[in-house]
Write a protein that binds this ligand. Sequence first.
Ligand SMILES: [Zn+2]
Length: 312
Amino acid sequence: MCRLVVQAFLVGIFLVFAASEALAQTPAPLPMTEVAEGVFVFAAPHELAAPANIDAIGNAGFVIGGEAVAVIDTGGSKQAGLALLAAIRARTDKPIRYVIDTHVHPDHLLGNAAFRLPGAVIVGHANLPEALAARADTYLSATRRLIGEGAFAGTEAVAPTLLVKDRLELDLGGRRLLLEAWPTAHTNTDLTVMDEETRTWFLGDLLFAGHVPALDGSLNGWLAVIGTLRSRQAARVVPGHGPAAMAWPGAADAMVRYLERLRDDLRSMIAQGRPLQEAVKEAAQSERGNWQLFDDFNVRNATSAYRELEWE
Ligand SMILES: [Zn+2]
């Protein structure tokens, strides 16, 4: 009797572990919005990385072509990548041919670990392998600390092998994607992806909406690149943080206003000889009410921008 109880208990324990293991390996599919025919986007919450969100805090998407699928950004952990993969497999069994990283930030590419699949090529900006190599240890340890061991399991930094220096066209079978590498702006690894069939343009973190922009490249560079992007036409754009799709070029207005405010405030304080420590507390504070996560990023943005602008 007693032995039976113990056995039942052990079986129960096993089942709980088996279930949690299965859960860990196949997370629920990310909720996707079909923004145009065959173009799906996960609009991520505006949050910092945490166990509950498994670092699925950057927008991610995929495009289904005649023969194959392209993934655009993979989330910030292997679990996030697997949740995106589950969303793809709920819609098509076509092979994944390309996994495109829009830039180096961990919330956009640490999910690459879930896409080490036969025939799938990881694609990124020509600067990306070097930038990722320099930061991988920091990104991995920070992500592990923020989301916890369970959600972090299996996450690793997987660099692209197909690199874009300028432009590259990819074919999904009767459906082409145009990839373009940009000079230093949000980062020094920014890549955009245009689905030529629907004119849906994935801008990565060159476009923020709602979530305050995060500057990790060049403020002047970003404003220059966004000026070029705004002169182009698209049926819709997909921001790196924000809604699944937005109208172009109006989608950039709020972000440009924030970046220009930051630049103009800092320029005038630098001209007055105000030290960095003071300036970064005041710069762009008039924008505070317009953005989520403002206090998490604005001082860092201002610090980076001050160092750039003081050399003008
Ligand atoms: Zn980013």
